[in-house]
Design a protein around this ligand. Sequence first.
Ligand code: IYR
Length: 229
Amino acid sequence: MSKLSFNQGTPQFVPLSTYRAYPPEEMAQRAKAFYQELSRRKTIREFSSTPVSREIIEQCLLAAGTAPSGANHQPWHFAVVADPALKHKIRIEAEIEEREFYERRAPQEWKDALAPLGTDSNKPFLEDAPYLIAIFGQKSTLMDDGTAVKNYYVPESVSIATGFLIAALHHAGLATLTHTPSPMGFLNQLLGRPDNEKPYILLVVGHPATHCMVPNIRKKPLEQIASFL
Ligand code: IYR
């Protein structure tokens, strides 16, 4: 018996009414078009400060919230930061961790792996971009009566929702950077999130800067990422 109001306590089933079937040719065309659309997505690190309306972000978050999750517990929270003072504080804290990473913590092998991306500890995008979305996973869901309900497959669920969010933002014409200053505990404190939540990703969202440059890197071809058995 689930305590969570969005899951019915006793099994209740309704007819699947949202599924759409397509003729084979249309399926093939849709699959190709979707791949082509996603293949245009590039992670960027140079953002413009051009504003983006909150309604667009809200729609994309609704898309993220449709992701499958362990027992449908939807163990995520998206903290959307637009306030310049708060973005400034996040940048200060993130750059402290990043300097530690690049100057001390990162082994040479890791730094070598990052070299093609041209990253360093300087993170101006954390202030330039109109939105930072801090994505938290909830180890448990806190009920109104103070009890906690355990969540399952939290990293998997949060990662799938994040993928949906990145795809939705791209589809809407926005660019993203999946930023992971490590450790990210400072986000709980700055954004007032409780201890049952762990920050997974800080998603930087906005339009690319004029003349934005990206690393010349490629995705693996099908035969390197898939096998048919
Ligand atoms: N968090 C650091 C380092 C970094 C690590 C990986 I793995 C990347 O794909 C990119 C960067 C940074 O943001 O610079």
